[in-house]
Design a protein around this ligand. Structure first.
Ligand SMILES: NC(=O)C1=CN([C@@H]2O[C@H](COP(=O)(O)OP(=O)(O)OC[C@H]3O[C@@H](n4cnc5c(N)ncnc54)[C@H](OP(=O)(O)O)[C@@H]3O)[C@@H](O)[C@H]2O)[C@@H](O)CC1
Ligand SMILES: Nc1ncnc2c1ncn2[C@@H]1O[C@H](COP(=O)(O)OP(=O)(O)O)[C@@H](O)[C@H]1O
Ligand SMILES: [K+]
Length: 508
C-alpha cells in the first residue's frame, strides 16, 4: 500500500471525482458513510450518548456535518459546534444546508466553548489534510479545551492540528484522539511514535479512491500489509533437498548471552534454511547443541567470546551480532567478515549476503570507517538507539527517517529500523513500514529472532534482497501476533515468536 503526501491526497480526491464522474459532495458523502460504518460498529447509540461534533470551515468540517446528519438518521443523539471562519468550502455549505433542524448547532467563540463531560464522546472534524499552518487563536483554544476535558475523541481523517506528512512545532496544539478514522490510505503521521498520543488507534476505511492514480503516484513511502507480501515466498519444489535453501553461518553469543544465539538460530531454522552452522564461543557448546540439535556448531578457541572467523566458502549468507559482545577480538572478526564478504560469490556474482545486528552494529558505530566496507545489500537491523550510534541523534521521528534513508542510499544497504512500525529503507530510497507485530514483542530476544529469520531468507536463492527483508519483517511481526493471541502480550517471550514463524510463513 502506498502512503501519499497531503498534496497528493488532494490530487487523489480530484482524480477520483474526475474518473468516476462524481460531484465532490458525493465523495464527501462516501467518506461520511465510511466513517459511520466504523463508528456504528464501535458504539451503539446508547454507548455513544449525546455526541458532540466539532466542525471546522473546510471539507473536514463538511465531513463532520454529513456525519452529524447520518448519525441522527441512525438514531444517535448529536449536537454540532462550528468554528467561525471568513469562508467555508462549498461542500461544507451543502452539508450545512442539509443538516436537519433537529440537530442543535452552536457557534464556537472564546466565551462559548462547549461543555464537555469527562469521557463524553466527541467527533473531531476541525481540520484534516488541508491544515496549512499550526493552530492558533480560537482553533487552538478549542483543541486545548477538548484535550483538557478528558473526552473520548474520534478524529475524522486525522487529529486536528496534526500535519499528515511533516512535524509540527512542539508547542502547537493537536487533538488527542483515542481513535482516528482515515480515508483510503494510511498517513505517514500515523506511523511515527511521536504522534501516537494524538492518533490513538487508527483505522483506514475504503472510499473507492482512484486506483489508477494511486498506482501512478510517486512516493518513497509504502505500508507492507498482507497483500504486499502475499505469494512472495517461493514454494518448496517437490525434489528440493537441503542444499536448495542455502547454508547459513551465524556468528553469535558470548558468556551470559548464549540465549541470543539460540533464539536467532531457532528463527533461522524455522525460516526455512537448508543448513545452519553457528560459530559460538566455547562456553556455549553444550547450551547450543542441546537447545538447537538441528543446527551444526563450531566453537571458537576463546571460551567467552568470538575471536575467529571460519572459512566462509560453504555459506550463502552470514549473520553476525546477537549476543556478540564488543571485545576487540570480535571487532577483528567483523572487520575480516566485511573484507571477505565484498568478494563476489562465484554462483551469484553478488557479495555474500550479510545480516548485521546488535553488538555488531555497536562495533560499526564506534568504528565508523568500517561502514565504507559494507558490501552491497548488507542488511542492518538497528533499534533507534543502535541507529543513533551509527549516525547522529535525530531531532524527531521525521528527521530519523531522513537519516535512515540517507544511510541506506549512501551505503547501498538495507536498513531495518525496528519499532512498532519497523521501517525498511532500501538503497534506492524507498521506505517500507511494516504493519504486523505488537507491544508484546517489546521483550528481550525479539530482535535476535528477527536476525535469524532474515538470515534464512537472505540465503534463499529466489528471493531478491528487498523482498526477502520485507517479507521477513512482516512474518516476524505476524508470528508475534499469532503468539500473542495465545499468550497475551505480557506473557509473550521471544521463543514464542520462533515457534510461530512456521505458521506465519505458511500463511503467506
Ligand atoms: N482525502 C479524501 O479522500 C477525502 C477528503 N475529505 C475530507 O476533506 C479534508 C480536507 O479538506 P480541506 O482540503 O478542505 O481541508 P481542511 O483540513 O478541512 O481545512 C481547510 C480549511 O482550514 C483552513 N485552515 C488550515 N489550517 C488552518 C489553521 N491552522 N488555522 C485556521 N484555519 C486553517 C484553511 O484555510 P486556508 O489555509 O486556506 O487559510 C481551509 O479553510 C480531508 O481531511 C477529509 O476529511 C472527504 O470529504 C472526501 C474524501
Ligand atoms: N511495540 C511494538 N510493536 C511491534 N513490534 C515491536 C514492538 N516493540 C518491539 N517490537 C519488535 O520486537 C523487536 C525488538 O528488537 P530489539 O529491540 O532488537 O530487541 P532485542 O535486542 O531484545 O532482541 C523488533 O523487531 C521490533 O520491531
Ligand atoms: K480532524
Amino acid at each position: 500500500m502506498k502512503i501519499l503526501t497531503a498534496a497528493q491526497t488532494r490530487q487523489l480526491d480530484q482524480a477520483t471525482i474526475r474518473e468516476q464522474h462524481l460531484l465532490s459532495v458525493e465523495l464527501m458523502e462516501r467518506a461520511a458513510a465510511a466513517f459511520i460504518q466504523w463508528f456504528s460498529s464501535y458504539f451503539t447509540p446508547a454507548e455513544a450518548g449525546e455526541t458532540l461534533i466539532i466542525c471546522g470551515p473546510g471539507n473536514n468540517g463538511g465531513d463532520g456535518l454529513a456525519i452529524a446528519r447520518l448519525l441522527l438518521q441512525r438514531g444517535y443523539a448529536v449536537r454540532v459546534s462550528l468554528l467561525p471562519a471568513e469562508k467555508q468550502s462549498s461542500d461544507w455549505q451543502h452539508n450545512r444546508k442539509h443538516l436537519p433542524a433537529a440537530v442543535p448547532v452552536a457557534n464556537l467563540s472564546p466565551q462559548h466553548l462547549p461543555a464537555i463531560a469527562e469521557g463524553a464522546l466527541v467527533i473531531d472534524a476541525l481540520f484534516g489534510t488541508g491544515l496549512s499552518r499550526p493552530l492558533d487563536g480560537l482553533a487552538a483554544a478549542v483543541v486545548q479545551h477538548l484535550n483538557d476535558a478528558g473526552a473520548h475523541v474520534v478524529a475524522v481523517d486525522i487529529p486536528s492540528g496534526l500535519f499528515a506528512d511533516a512535524p509540527q512545532p512542539d508547542d502547537s496544539p493537536v487533538v488527542r484522539a483515542q481513535h482516528t478514522v482515515g480515508f483510503g490510505l494510511p498517513k505517514l503521521a500515523f506511523l511515527l511514535p511521536q504522534n501516537a498520543e494524538f492518533v490513538g488507534e487508527w483505522h483506514v476505511e475504503n472510499i473507492g479512491l482512484s486506483t489508477g492514480f494511486i498506482a501512478e503516484a510517486a512516493t518513497p513511502w509504502h505500508y507492507t500489509d498482507a497483500a504486499a507480501v502475499a505469494g512472495q515466498l517461493p514454494p518448496r519444489p517437490k525434489f528440493s533437498h537441503k542444499g536448495t535453501f542455502g547454508h547459513t553461518l551465524l556468528l553469535a553469543g558470548s558468556r551470559g548471552k548464549m540465549g541470543a544465539a539460540v533464539l536467532s538460530a531457532g528463527a533461522c531454522l524455522r525460516g526455512g534454511v537448508g543448513l545452519l552452522t553457528a560459530h559460538i564461543p566455547g562456553c556455549g557448546y553444550d547450551i547450543f547443541q542441546i537447545s538447537q540439535p538441528e543446527a551444526m556448531c563450531l566453537t571458537d578457541k576463546q571460551a567467552d567470546f568470538i575471536s575467529e572467523l571460519p572459512d566462509l566458502k560453504p555459506y550463502q549468507a552470514v549473520g553476525i551480532g546477537p549476543g556478540l559482545g564488543q571485545e576487540a577480538a570480535s571487532l577483528a572478526v567483523l572487520r575480516k567478515l566485511l573484507q571477505a564478504a565484498a568478494q563476489p560469490l562465484e554462483k551469484t556474482g553478488q557479495p555474500l549476503p550479510l545480516v548485521i545486528d546488535a553488538d555488531a552494529l555497536n562495533l560499526l558505530g564506534s568504528h565508523r570507517a568500517l561502514l565504507k566496507q559494507l558490501p552491497e545489500n548488507a542488511v542492518l537491523t538497528p533499534h533507534p538507539k543502535e541507529f543513533e550510534r551509527l549516525t547522529e541523534p535525530a531531532r524527531d521521528d521525521y528527521h530519523r527517517l531522513e537519516l535512515l534513508r540517507d544511510f541506506a542510499q549512501q551505503h547501498k544497504c538495507l536498513m531495518v529500523l525496528k519499532g512498532a512500525y519497523t521501517c525498511l529503507a532500501t538503497p534506492t530510497g524507498e521506505l517500507h513500514f511494516n504493519s504486523t507485530g505488537n507491544a508484546g514483542m517489546a521483550t528481550g530476544g525479539s530482535g535476535d529472532v528477527l536476525t535469524g529469520l532474515l538470515l534464512a531468507l537472505r540465503a534463499h536463492a529466489q528471493l531478491p534482497p528487498v523482498e526477502a527483508v520485507r517479507l521477513g519483517v512482516y512474518a516476524h511481526g505476524r508470528a508475534g501476533d499469532m503468539a500473542a493471541a495465545l499468550t497475551g502480550q505480557a506473557g509473550l517471550v521471544a521463543g514464542d515468536i520462533v515457534r510461530h514463524i512456521g505458521p506465519a510463513l505458511a500463511e503467506l
